[in-house]
Design a protein around this ligand. Structure first.
Ligand code: SF4
Length: 145
């Protein structure tokens, strides 16, 4: 007899709140600023992080109260995950919403955030805080992190 599938293999709609939160790999890629060209509407990625992001760990320094400090911080839900087109292709929510498996480096599979950082799948140590960055236009990347 086979056991029940782990929650990260179940449909998103069946996850409880704790499982939903745990799905986040903590990559920090959704916490980076983007620059929009006012004329073309084109969006460019940057290496500039939200001021609440700890740039050494890629974790939010006040996740619980983040929207008090950053009102436009994205609140990803089962209802809007399909509508947000700028999430990175590696985002666990985006992958699971599309019925795809988590990447092999996801901490739920390896048990290690550090392995993910060491493998270059997190923004930890690779970005600068908006509190120090200066103009975003000076930090535009050719490819998103
Ligand atoms: S991009 Fe997705 S998996 Fe990565 S931190 Fe943001 S919500 Fe979590």
């Amino acid at each position: 007899m086979t056991g029940e599938a782990p929650f990260w293999e179940k449909p998103l709609h069946s996850l409880d709140r704790a499982e939903w939160e745990a799905l986040c790999d903590g990559c920090g890629k959704c916490c980076l600023h983007k620059v929009e060209d006012a004329d073309s509407g084109e969006i460019y990625p940057t290496n500039v992080a939200c001021r609440l992001l700890d740039v050494t760990t890629a974790r939010c320094s006040d996740y619980r109260h983040r929207r008090a400090f950053v009102p436009d911080c994205l609140r990803l839900t089962k209802g809007n995950v399909d509508d947000i087109n700028w999430l990175p292709s590696s985002c666990a929510y985006k992958l699971r919403a599309a019925g795809q498996p988590l990447p092999e480096w996801h901490y739920l599979l390896t048990g290690s955030y550090q392995a993910m950082i060491d493998g270059g799948h997190s923004v930890a140590g690779r970005v600068v805080s908006e509190t120090e960055a200066g103009p975003l236009e000076h930090h535009i990347l050719e490819e998103p992190l």
